[in-house]
Design a protein around this ligand. Structure first.
Ligand code: F6P
Length: 513
């Protein structure tokens, strides 16, 4: 049994390691690219390449991080995750999103498959016209009930969708107005997606969507609603017919729920077979996660690098740039996944953490971001570890020059961040033209963007987030930090106006009291 003292000692050893530059690391090891590049095959035709060679991970760091993983019982915690043990201790829940893709405790997998069969029947019935002509779906949900569906639908339907999906999250009525303006009430279904079926934004938006249907000639608005929830009884009570309630298990966390019935809009838009490919892509990464140890486990290897930058080098942010218009929403998805999971200050046992936890996740799409924020990445005073994500196959049918230039730019940025440039002597003002270099990046290259590779990419990030949580000894699966603001908003609604002087004055200024 490893003691806390041993874990602290390992962190101290990691802190004390020499810090060779990236250039030195490449010079010292001619096989560095092979050593730090892994591949996950999704089929005979496609896979994903994960190149972590432009990070400062070296043999010494890896050896100590592997010891740390052993000391914090990574293997035991991974087994507990996949075996459906109640690892979310503060909420007394298991964490079983992997069961949704067929990997996990048998009973949970069976339950998930039965619920998927129910979802499949409804999706196919809708495609076959059982609910009349359906051209649009307004998917109403927020946080984990919106970000995944929005990303997957946007990424996978650029060539057309079986049903046109609009995701509405914000309580700001402008969001709902924009969606309804694009839909014909006679051919629109409403999906109400909420794990708890109590979230104020979602329930308010759902009521407005029903009003819109009713005011625009739909005789039975409730008959046009599908509920996606872990609280099916609440959906029935609210008025949705049981046949159109698609439940999922309480043990699937909100930000991990895309694989459950929360994925209904994705299945409706791309078709059931493709949705199954999406699940299978994720399952391939689950099997990789279970079958590889130490730095050969790619999500764990990525977490080693993440810890190197946040804990050992004090990086407060990490950035992700998809060089692919179809994945423009990925940073938003990753923000919730990583920041809601690992933005914590106490360990699983309730004691304070030993150092910084999740960095701020941010990012954008390449090449746009190069012309906006990359200045800081190259010459700013802070180090931002960057992930570049791209697909080797093009997503467009235009002149191949588009995709070639896109990929060349993506790879050029990683090279430039690492190499830097010394322009000293240039008119005496060389400093402005010099690049420090030695700035880290990782590159994730998809052979192609497909349902399978998107599923795999998301599952990779889920497991990376879990691995980071284990190394930091935190519970990645609760989110009490979101509650206080909700409570205060509720009490304002009840008429409470006695807060701090600033808030009291703002409440008056905004006309809320
Ligand atoms: O407030 C945060 C949160 O609980 C997220 O974790 C969750 O994804 C989101 O709200 C939506 O919750 P629900 O699916 O229950 O409506």
């Amino acid at each position: 049994m490893t003691s806390q003292t041993d874990i602290t000692a390992l962190w101290s050893k990691l802190e004390a390691l020499p810090r060779p530059t990236l250039k030195d690391l490449f010079v010292a090891d001619s096989k560095r690219v092979d050593a730090l590049t892994g591949r996950i095959d999704l089929s005979e035709e496609e896979g994903i390449r994960f190149d972590w060679s432009k990070t400062h991970l070296d043999a010494a760091h890896i050896a100590l991080f592997e010891e740390l993983a052993e000391a914090v019982d990574f293997k035991g915690k991974r087994a507990a995750l996949f075996n459906g043990e109640k690892i979310n201790v503060t909420e007394g829940r298991a964490v079983e999103h992997t069961a949704q893709r067929g990997v996990g405790r048998d009973t949970s997998v069976d339950e998930a498959m039965a619920l998927h069969a129910r979802m499949k029947s409804l999706v196919e019935a809708i495609h076959e016209g059982a609910l009349g002509e359906v051209k649009h779906l307004i998917h109403i949900g927020i946080g984990g009930s919106a970000l995944g569906p929005k990303l997957a639908v946007d990424a996978l339907t650029r060539d057309g969708a079986k049903v046109d999906v609009h995701v509405v999250a914000n309580i700001d009525g402008c969001a709902m107005e924009q969606a309804i303006a694009a839909c014909d009430p006679a051919t629109t279904l409403i999906a109400v997606a909420s794990k708890t079926f109590t979230t104020i934004e979602t329930m308010t938006n759902a009521a407005s969507a029903l009003n819109w249907l009713g005011e625009n000639g739909v005789e039975d608005p409730y008959g046009r609603v599908v509920a996606l929830t872990a609280a099916p009884e609440k959906a029935v009570e609210w008025g949705v017919d049981e046949t159109r309630v698609l439940p999922f298990s309480e043990s699937v966390g909100g930000r991990y729920s895309l694989w459950s019935s929360i994925g209904f809009p994705v299945a409706l838009a791309i078709g059931w077979e493709e949705f199954e490919e999406f699940l299978e892509g994720a399952a391939t990464v689950d099997r990789h996660m279970l079958g590889h140890e130490g730095a050969d486990n790619l999500p764990l290897r990525a977490a080693f690098a993440d810890q190197l930058y946040t804990r050992l080098r004090g990086c407060q942010t990490r950035a992700c740039f998809a060089y692919d218009e179809r994945m423009a929403l990925l940073p938003f998805y990753l923000q919730q996944l990583e920041m809601e999971s690992n933005g914590k200050s106490v360990k699983v046992d309730g004691t304070p953490v030993d150092g910084p936890t999740a960095p701020i996740t941010w990012g954008g799409v390449g090449t746009d971001a190069q012309h906006a924020v990359f200045q800081l990445l190259h010459q700013g005073t802070v180090i931002v570890p960057v992930d570049f994500i791209a697909s080797i196959a093009a997503g467009d049918d235009l002149d191949p020059a588009h995709h070639r230039i896109l990929l060349m730019n993506c790879l050029a940025q990683g090279a430039a961040l690492m190499a830097g440039k010394d322009a000293a002597g240039h008119d005496g003002l060389g400093g402005a033209r010099s690049y420090p270099g030695d700035r880290p990046s990782a590159t994730i290259l998809l052979d192609d963007l497909s349902p399978a590779s998107l599923g795999a990419l998301i599952a990779f990030h889920e497991h990376r987030t879990f691995a980071n949580g284990v190394l930091m000894e935190i519970n990645s699966f609760d989110q009490f930090g979101v509650e206080l603001g909700k409570e205060i908003a509720k009490s304002i609604e009840k008429g409470n106006a006695s807060f701090d002087a600033s808030t009291n004055a703002l409440l008056v200024a905004a006309g809320l009291v």
